[in-house]
Ligand binder design. Structure first.
Ligand code: SUD
Ligand code: ADP
Length: 289
């Protein structure tokens, strides 16, 4: 368990990015949402959040995210849902060190929400189980439960039916983020989207690697994504994460990944990070698995 900060100092917890190593769309549900099969893995790079207890029931968040109001920020929405679980006047000062691009398919907002649920559950001593936190998280977004549970996983449904896959290799990734914001709704409502992939089992997904069914449409609607894929493919097999726009390739070593990143045009926003099957947030709060 996490050591509670002494003398009410700050509790610092990472909010890592995720990659969708494959993403197949297997059907459309009656509510318009799509059933997916996807492999989630974390990387040891992301946002960082810092929490300090307040006993007056107030929440503060600094700095604000441009274009996202205080009450719409997934961090505050997650904190508000937890406040409802207690009679006490629980509050917190929260600091956000935002490193992940928004709308890049790296799940930054979902990860911020999950880290908030995990950290405040500890700080406020709510003693909610991971099952309870994942259920609260699902009401905030389909990707929140996997971050709450903190294990690399094969996900089905809209992403909430999770089977851990601790056997995934943990390579180094070069992640390239084209400076475009992909509208997830626009991709899922596109008539040309492949939405009838045959369901596969985990073993096949792990063996074949799989593809991203959104990649072709996103590349067509946002040519910068297609161009980035073409460029990175010259060095190593490249794939898009989620509904984009970020692209990733895997490497056997950090040195190799850095060496390829150094050959990309300077205007490209990139980072190199290690794939990890345990979320760095869990590592900090619960110790290494
Ligand atoms: C597809 C994934 C894979 O990780 O993409 P990324 O967001 O990470 O890129 C996620 O599950 C995305 O989940 P999330 O980010 O919560 O999606 P939302 O913003 O709620 O979705 C925006 C819109 O996309 C459509 N949508 C989303 C998810 C889904 N399984 N089926 C859908 O049809 C819906 O029309 C929804 O209104
Ligand atoms: N703390 C947050 N961090 C990022 N985005 C947030 C946050 N709170 C709300 N949002 C909203 O969620 C949207 C999706 O953000 P993000 O999770 O980064 O994208 P993606 O799921 O494509 O990786 C943003 O465009 C923003 O409007």
């Amino acid at each position: 368990m996490a050591e509670l900060p002494e003398h009410n100092s700050w509790l610092s917890v990472p909010a890592p990015a995720k990659l969708n190593l494959m993403l197949h769309i297997t059907g459309r549900r009656d509510d318009g949402y799509h059933n997916l099969q996807t492999l989630f893995q974390f990387v040891d790079y992301g946002d960082e959040l810092h929490f300090k207890l307040r006993n007056d029931g107030e929440l503060t968040l600094t700095p604000a995210i441009e274009g996202v109001s205080f009450e719409d920020n997934l961090i505050i929405r997650a904190a508000r849902l937890l406040q409802k679980k207690s009679e006490k006047k629980l509050g917190a000062d929260i600091r956000l060190d935002k490193k992940l691009p928004m709308g890049g398919g790296l799940g930054g907002g979902s990860s911020d929400a999950a880290t908030t649920l995990l950290a405040l559950n500890t700080l406020w001593d709510l003693q909610l189980s991971l099952d309870e936190l994942a259920a609260i998280g699902l009401s905030l977004g389909a990707d929140v439960p996997v971050f709450v549970r903190g294990e690399a996983a094969f996900a089905e449904g809209v992403g909430e039916i999770l089977t851990p896959v601790p056997e995934l290799a943990e390579p180094w990734y070069l992640v390239v983020c084209p400076q475009v914001h992909v509208n997830t709704g626009k991709i899922f409502s596109h008539e040309g989207l492949t939405r009838d992939s045959d369901p596969i089992n985990i073993r096949t997904a792990l063996r074949q690697g799989g593809r991203n069914d959104c990649q072709a449409i996103v590349s067509m609607l946002y040519p910068e994504v297609g161009n980035t894929l073409n460029l990175l493919n010259k060095f190593s097999f490249a794939k898009m994460t989620g509904t984009g726009a970020c692209i990733f390739s895997s490497f056997g070593s950090e040195t190799e990944a850095i060496s390829v990143s150094a050959q990309l045009p300077a205007e490209y926003k990139v980072f190199v990070a290690k794939g990890v099957n345990q979320s760095p947030a869990h590592k900090v709060l619960f110790g290494p698995s």
